[in-house]
Design a protein around this ligand. Structure first.
Ligand SMILES: Nc1nc2c(ncn2[C@@H]2O[C@H](COP(=O)(O)O[C@H]3[C@@H](O)[C@H](n4cnc5c(=O)[nH]c(N)nc54)O[C@@H]3COP(=O)(O)O)[C@@H](O)[C@H]2O)c(=O)[nH]1
Length: 887
């Protein structure tokens, strides 16, 4: 089966190949050439046979004529000899010739010479007269003498003593009355006499006539104008002439020949016509035929070559098109785009009136919900009637006229296509168009999403910094044109960091979303609220109501925002409360451009923070001074370490049970060259913000370790030195290495160093904090939690930390004597610490009441002005030497 199918396919392929003009044309050309040359050679053959037949007829005809002429001549000669014989026998030799001459019976002497020889061979009479001589030695004489035959003897062509010219002798025997030999009558004839009838017009230049004796010696031969004699001619060859010409030995020329024997004279007459001359006309005709066939062949080949080249180009083009079609079909089927091949439908005037759908691929079926057959059975405007009204048809017709490739994107409103956004590429092709159509709805949605994301904050969905800038610029332009004012407010959440650090980022994010929603609810649609970054928001209020009348309404709106933000938010199962500080700048009063307005609103916001947070401040010029101050401090901090402006003071830590100092906390001081002493509260947050805390923290660590070593070297009892570690320091990947370096360089054992980290710091990323703290613990370093109670530590998390000490924040200690809440908190922390097998220390202990309360509830240690303020290192030995504080 398979083989049969293969054979059928191969047959079809050959048939198709055969039908290709570029293949059949050469075959047809060969056939035509065959016909031309076949016909040519056929005609030539016919003409050759006719020419040969004619030549043979001519030679026969010539034979007849020449034979008759020769016979006539010979008969005349014989007649003359007979007359002479009669006259001699009647009158005797001397009287015969004059009488014959007188009677006019002698032939003309120009051609013939007549003589009579007696029985001894002596010439006894002659005409014209010749010298007496003897012919007794001649063969013709002896032949008659020896034979009684009464016949003519023909001699060879010869010359003799009597006559110098070549001549033939025709002789007859003379008898006396008794019948005895009495001599001979001789008639000498010029041999050319027998060939003088040669007609050049009939026989040509190479025709031949000859007479030959029975001895095969030629008596007279004429070929063209040339006469000769004496040659030996093989009469056997001549007597059986072939139908075809043959080359004679005389000159090698091929001739048609004929021969007749004249028995009574012992002669044979020969005629020959040269083949070249007889067939000359035919040869000319043959050449003409060959030329004609050659020309016809060249013409045919030329025309066919042109046709072949044209057809080859056509076949190549068709092959290219077929391959392109196959490629197109395969590609279009595999393509994710829909393909439509459209053929222009034109009216009688050639104007495009519609497009026929010539083909479509599978994707087109999916996109339109119609089968390919269904699509193909429609024109474009039958299928999409609205194509005429929505400009689609006109556009296609225009592209058809312009040619080339066109691409466009458009929002689809035609229900026939299942796509919201579409892209098409239209390519003009011969007689129509190819439309490649793609559903780009998804891409458009992505683009819109990306544009939205580029201009909106992903967390809150509010405009981001870039869009806020745009909106602000737009609002400024509008305000400038309309001569209105514009309000720009910088909103910063208070204590947001605390929430973020303690409850984690997810809770912080949730808080930001809630706060953002509340602010949006407070504003008009024409206002903008955007997230500037972190916990900072910006409000843009074009044409704020009431600004002109003292800003009462705008202020009320901002107060409303303050109130909305401060409302508690439920996060992680607990209620969290944050406030916000708002700074306001007005256009055009506080700035003419967006950058200035934002900067001034930011300065106002900082003033709001300084003034206790949770309030609104309108920008005043002097506010920028504090901003400048902040920048100046940051710049100064960067140089503080190198310029040796930092110092450490140490505050003792006292064991409540023994009253002994067991350790000190290192506290940083900055001796500013111009400002004097700057408190850590002022510069630590700036150092943290600018990143210089890492270098400063390392200096503190090294200096504290060196100081502890100095004290030990000075003979003081070894004690633990506590160093505060800020969040940024703690996040430093090299913290552990830095600590190890500081200990090694100072020569201090790790057990004399304690690191204090805040509760909020370690609760940001519990696992990372645990890992790092375990590394430090492994080195032998103690860890304590500073400011405990201000954050949101979970019991489970606390248990996982390698902490040896909790420090009750001084905010709970301050009112410990009077505040039942603080007392409860302090008691709870003390109890919790002990349950977790940790020691607990209270900071900020200033009074005996506070100390007494702490002692009563089991607090282990204390730190505060009650025992000592932070002091320079050289004062520590004296404090250690003082009597132990009363328990
Ligand atoms: N990361 C670092 N933080 C540091 C470093 N040095 C200090 N700090 C932190 O700065 C904050 C302010 O410190 P400071 O002004 O030194 O105040 C400390 C004490 O002077 C003060 N204190 C001590 N006893 C009392 C008291 O009885 N009453 C009272 N009103 N204040 C008192 O408390 C501060 C110590 O607090 P704490 O660290 O929580 O123990 C402060 O937060 C420092 O931590 C540093 O090198 N690195």
């Amino acid at each position: 089966m398979m083989r049969a199918a293969k054979a059928r396919l191969a047959g079809l392929r050959w048939l198709r190949l055969g039908l290709e003009t570029y293949v059949s044309l050469p075959l047809f050309t060969l056939l035509l050439l065959g016909v031309i040359w076949g016909a040519g050679f056929h005609f030539i053959g016919n003409d050759r046979m006719a020419a040969q037949a004619a030549a043979r007829d001519s030679v026969q005809e010539l034979m007849e004529t020449y034979e008759a002429q020769v016979v006539r001549n010979l008969n005349g000669i014989d007649q003359t000899l007979k007359v002479i014989k009669y006259a001699v026998e009647r009158k005797g030799a001397s009287g015969a010739l004059p009488e014959l001459a007188e009677q006019g019976l002698l032939p003309p002497g120009v051609v013939f010479a007549v003589s009579i020889a007696d029985g001894d061979g002596r010439i006894v009479a002659s005409s014209p007269h010749s010298a007496m001589h003897s012919v007794a030695g001649e063969r013709y004489f002896s032949a008659h003498r020896d034979s009684r035959a009464d016949s003519v003897y023909t001699s060879e062509t010869m010359r003799d003593a009597a006559r110098d010219e070549w001549h033939m002798h025709f002789t007859r025997r003379l008898n006396d009355r008794d019948g005895k030999f009495a001599g001979i009558a001789i008639l000498e004839v010029d041999p050319t006499y027998f060939t003088s009838g040669y007609e050049r017009s009939r026989q040509g230049d190479l025709g031949m006539v000859a007479i030959v004796g029975s001895d095969s010696v030629a008596r007279s031969v004429r070929i063209g104008e040339h006469n000769s004699w004496g040659q030996r001619i093989d009469l056997a060859l001549w007597r059986h002439p072939a139908a075809q010409p043959w080359p004679g030995r005389l000159d090698g020329v091929r001739r048609y020949t004929a021969a007749r024997t004249l028995r009574s004279y012992g002669l044979t007459v020969l005629v020959g016509l040269a083949e070249t001359e007889q067939l000359a006309a035919f040869e000319q005709q043959r050449r003409k035929y060959l030329w004609e066939a050659g020309l016809a062949s060249a013409g045919t080949v030329f025309v066919m070559a042109l046709l072949w080249a044209w057809s080859w180009q056509g076949a190549k083009a068709r092959r290219r098109i077929r391959r392109a079609q196959e490629t197109y079909a395969a590609a279009s089927e595999a393509n994710l785009d829909a393909f439509f091949v459209l053929r222009a439908v034109r009216d009688a005037a050639g104007v495009i009136v519609d497009f026929r759908i010539a083909s479509a691929n599978s994707r087109a079926e999916q996109m339109t919900g119609r089968s390919k057959e269904d699509l193909r059975s429609h024109t474009l405007c039958q299928w999409l009637p609205q194509a005429r009204s929505n400009g689609m048809f006109a556009r296609l017709a225009q592209i058809m006229a312009a040619g080339g490739t066109h691409q466009e994107e458009w929002r689809n409103e035609m229900p026939e296509f299942k796509a919201e956004w579409m892209y098409w590429q239209i390519v003009g092709v011969e007689g129509g168009l190819v439309a490649i159509v793609r559903d780009i709805s998804e891409r458009k949605r992505d683009e819109a999403r990306i544009v939205h994301m580029a201009h909106h904050d992903t967390l809150t969905g509010l405009p981001n910094r870039s869009l806020i800038g745009d909106r602000l610029e737009q609002a400024i332009l509008l305000a400038e044109r309309e001569k209105h004012q514009l309000l720009v407010a910088f909103v910063d959440l208070d204590s947001f960091k605390l929430v973020n650090d303690s409850l984690g980022h997810a809770a912080g994010d949730e808080l930001l979303k809630v706060v953002a929603g509340r602010m949006v609810d407070c504003l008009r649609r024409s206002d903008t609220v955007g997230r500037f970054g972190g916990d900072e928001f910006v409000l843009v209020l074009p044409q704020p109501q009431g600004i002109d009348s003292g800003g009462i309404e705008a202020a009320a709106l901002l107060e409303k925002i303050l109130a909305a933000v401060v409302r508690p938010v439920a996060l992680e199962g607990q209620e969290v409360q944050v406030s916000c500080s708002i700074g306001v700048a007005m256009y055009p009063r506080d700035g003419g451009d967006g950058g200035t307005l934002l900067m001034n609103a930011d300065a106002a916001m900082y003033r709001a923070k300084e003034l206790g947070k949770n309030n609104v401040q309108f920008y005043a010029q002097e506010m920028n001074a504090s901003l400048e101050e902040k920048l100046a401090l940051m710049e100064g901090l960067r140089k503080a370490v190198d310029d040796d402006q930092l110092r450490l003071v140490y505050q003792p830590k006292v064991d409540l049970a023994s009253g002994a100092v067991f350790g000190v906390e290192a506290l940083l001081r900055w001796h500013h060259p111009e400002r004097g002493m700057v408190r850590p509260d002022h510069f630590i947050p700036l150092a943290e913000e600018s990143g210089s805390i890492v270098a400063i923290g390392e200096w503190v660590l090294r200096e504290a370790c060196r100081q502890a070593r100095r004290w030990q070297d000075a003979g003081l009892p070894p004690m633990v030195v506590s160093v505060n570690v800020s969040p940024r320091q703690f996040d430093d990947r090299r913290l552990v290495a830095r600590v190890a370096d500081a200990l090694r360089d100072a020569g201090l054992e790790a057990r004399w160093l304690e690191l204090e980290v805040t509760e909020s710091l370690i609760m940001r990323d519990v696992q990372q904090a645990v890992d790092k703290m375990r590394e430090l613990e492994a080195m032998g370093i103690a860890l304590s939690i500073d400011d405990f109670g201000t954050g949101y530590s979970s019991l489970a998390a606390l248990k996982s930390f390698p902490i040896s000490r909790l420090k009750i924040d001084k905010s709970f200690v301050r009112d410990l004597a009077h505040s039942p809440d603080d007392q409860a908190i302090a008691r709870a922390i003390i109890s919790l610490s002990h349950q977790l097998q940790m020691r607990v220390i209270a900071e900020g202990v200033e009074t005996e009441l506070q100390r007494a309360f702490l002692v009563q509830y089991g607090c282990d240690e204390m730190q505060g002005y009650l025992f000592s303020r932070p002091v320079p290192p050289d004062e520590i030995p004296a404090l250690l030497a003082a009597p132990a504080a009363a328990a």
